[in-house]
Design a protein around this ligand. Structure first.
Ligand code: C6P
Length: 409
């Protein structure tokens, strides 16, 4: 509660032009922040200014505009590095979490041998399953999954059992986009490293909600998306420990990632450019830097504490409704609330909620194996941001009751 005041939520909300609109004649209540967050004016304006005033390609021109664009592009890497406690060379820009994980599956995959094992968890998003499955098929690798406990936590005892010296990679979601489970990443890093495996964190759902320090986690790689942290779509990040990135093969080949090209062979540029082939998403990098400035201004510690309070309130409120089952851990958790409503399909529920101006996601949330494990085909999911309020949650609860009346359940 204290942090609601500290954060001045209504004031913060007014930084997001899109949130002022009405949907079906009702004020928009945006609760699909796990899919993508809205953008503050500052991000939109930074990208506009880039196109209005200094659009040029980077690392190629010696003229003033190109120097400005290059400076802004590199500055964005610097800001990301500082935001997650990494160094400049260790921050690679990609299209998003999905591309970051595919880069790893491709590049690390080159070093794996048939029979090597990759360990994931049962709650992963498809983008932290499918690239590894494809790699496993190509190279004859074995995939294993760390189980969840009955109360939806990562089962560390099972992790200790299945991570062995045969394991080469352990890759886990820091925060589940379905259950809100927060993975014990420091312990998992230790388990992976004790067995000589690399440890990868999918931070798509954690970076927007808590302070992150990759060195404290001691992960080898960390992937996330700009658009889920108030930045634009089309840009994401792969952090990697420098000595590992230096040894890895590039993922994409072409301009900017090379040092020298001959008719017969080529050599690679320094980090991080070795992994950034072709003209990058420059405007998006400028937007991401603005998002980081914005988040830093709000304060990630404040974001985390405010959202923890709001999530606890939402959990309690939704759990108190009849016919609603909220999935996921009960205590400390991420700000994602998945639930089922007896007698109403998640797609129908989200359509009815939309009529009340409430945007939530209904479906499998790109986590079909987890849905199968839970014995359901989908959930309704409200995923929160610091611009959401207790009033938003009350409106969600009232709209659910209205939907239940429509369905007569
Ligand atoms: N989850 C959701 O609504 P991209 O699409 O590359 O920016 O992020 C992929 C991704 C990877 N890991 C996790 C844990 C995620 O939640 C996501 C994206 C969105 O839950 C879209 S499916």
């Amino acid at each position: 509660m204290i942090f609601q005041q500290t954060l001045h939520v209504e004031q913060l909300k007014s930084d997001f032009p899109i949130l002022a609109q009405q949907v079906h004649g009702k004020p928009l209540v945006y609760l699909d922040n796990g899919a993508t967050t809205q953008k503050p004016r500052r991000v939109i304006e930074a990208m506009n200014t880039y196109y209005h005033e200094y659009n040029a390609n980077v690392h190629r021109g010696l003229y003033n505009l190109s120097a400005q664009a290059t400076h802004a592009y590199e500055e964005s890497h610097r800001k990301v590095a500082e935001f997650i406690g990494a160094s400049f060379e260790e921050v690679i820009f990609t299209k998003g979490t999905t591309e970051s994980l595919n880069l790893l599956a491709y590049s690390l995959g080159n070093t794996l041998q048939p029979g090597d094992e990759i360990v994931l968890t049962q709650l992963e998003h498809h983008s932290n399953i499918v690239p590894w499955q494809q790699l496993a098929k190509r190279k004859g690798l074995v995939l294993k999954y760390i189980k969840l406990t009955p109360d939806f936590h990562i089962d560390l005892a099972h992790a200790r059992e299945i991570v062995t010296p045969r394991t080469k990679i352990v890759s886990v979601a820091h925060a589940s986009n379905v259950l809100g489970t927060i993975a014990p990443v420091k312990e998992l890093a230790r388990i992976a490293h004790d067995n000589g495996a690399l440890f990868i964190v999918d931070g798509a759902q954690s970076v927007p909600h808590m302070p992150i320090n990759v060195r404290e986690i001691d992960c080898d790689f960390f992937a996330f998306s700009g658009h889920k942290m108030y930045g634009p779509t089309g840009i994401g990040v792969l952090y990697g420990k420098r000595h590992l990135l230096e040894r890895m093969d590039p993922f994409l080949f072409g301009g900017d990632m090379i040092r020298e090209v001959h008719f017969t062979h080529s050599t690679w540029n320094d980090l991080p450019w070795k992994f950034e082939a072709g003209t990058p998403n420059i405007a998006e990098a400028v937007g991401l830097a603005a998002a980081i400035d914005y988040l830093t201004g709000v304060g990630m510690r404040h974001v985390q504490e405010y959202e923890a309070d709001l999530t606890a309130y939402a959990h309690q409120k939704l759990s108190s409704l009849k016919g609603i089952t909220v999935l996921g851990p009960k205590g400390a958790r991420g700000s994602v609330l998945s639930f089922t409503i007896d007698g109403i399909h998640p797609h129908d529920a989200s359509t009815l909620l939309d009529r009340e101006g409430i945007a939530v996601r209904g479906g499998h949330h790109c986590a079909m194996p987890l849905m199968g494990l839970l014995g359901i085909t989908g959930t309704v999911r409200a995923s929160l941001s610091f611009y959401n309020t207790h009033e938003d949650i009350d409106k969600l609860a009232a709209a659910i009751i209205k939907a239940q009346e429509v369905f007569g359940v």
